[in-house]
Design a binder for this molecule. Structure first.
Ligand SMILES: O=C(O)[C@H](O)[C@@H](O)[C@H](O)[C@H](O)COP(=O)(O)O
Length: 240
């Protein structure tokens, strides 16, 4: 059963990024000390890039063995594999390659699948084959409209309950074609971390924490089985 969300407010987005990176390294080290292989899911977006850079900086001093961390993605842009829009490309460049992560599961690109639906089906199969059935940490940015991953307000993918991944076309956030985990998959997480900076997100944060309808604010439909943390900067928390 999910618990009450915890809200952590930091003065600036860079302080937020440092705090999230430190918390993730601590969590991963704890899981590895317990003899388990951590399964994490990364998000795209600008605050994620800041966090990834902090992970590269802080990982050198941590005990985390990144070769024994399984890395998934909450969503991905369905574009060419070498496109700068690819979340996996950004994450590899910012920290995954630097820390020696090797168990990375990118979502399909246009070179891997004929279309977004085929790509989503392929990722669902990969999750079934290589996933543990549960993410230890699910990291999610939020859009000003309350979207998470590539699940957008009013889109039919919000109502998909029998799949773990879906194709999205006509995304209001470019590029238009994406692959996303479904709400069902996002909620198969021990711990969900929302990573939010900037005043433009403050209304969506307040709505999500205020119990908005998931079709209006998709972030309202995601919580961790054990823990939900909202990592906010002062601006994103300004309407709480
Ligand atoms: O692939 C994506 O675009 C992201 O996964 C998306 O869900 C992102 O996290 C939010 O749109 C927030 O993005 P910003 O942090 O850049 O506002």
């Amino acid at each position: 059963m999910s618990t009450e969300p915890r809200v952590e407010v930091h003065e600036t987005s860079s302080a937020l990024a440092t705090a999230v990176a430190g918390e993730l390294l601590t969590r991963l080290a704890d899981i590895q000390s317990a003899g388990r292989v951590p399964q994490i899911s990364l998000t795209g977006g600008t605050i994620a890039e800041d966090i990834h850079r902090e992970l590269a900086r802080l990982s050198a001093a941590s005990e985390v063995d990144w070769s024994k961390v399984v890395v998934w993605f909450g969503d991905e842009r369905f574009v060419a594999p070498d496109s700068p829009d690819r979340n996996v490309g950004q994450a590899r460049a910012a920290f995954l390659d630097a820390v020696g992560a090797t168990q990375i599961h990118p979502m399909p690109s246009t070179a891997d699948a004929a279309d977004v639906d085929a790509g989503a089906a392929a990722y669902a199969a990969t999750l079934r084959e290589h996933g543990s059935g549960e993410f230890d940490v699910m990291m999610l940015g939020i859009g000003p409209d309350g979207h998470i991953a590539s699940l957008f307000p009013g889109f039919p993918q919000l109502d998909v309950t029998d799949e773990v991944a879906v194709g999205v076309t006509g995304s209001p956030k470019p590029p238009p074609e994406r692959i996303s985990l479904t709400l069902a998959a996002l909620n198969r997480s021990r711990s969900v971390w929302f990573l939010v900076a900037g005043s433009g997100k403050a209304p969506a944060v307040a709505s999500a924490l205020g119990g908005a309808d998931v079709h209006e604010i998709p972030a309202a439909g995601v919580s961790g089985r054990e823990e939900t943390i909202w990592f906010l900067d002062r601006e994103a928390a300004s309407q709480l």
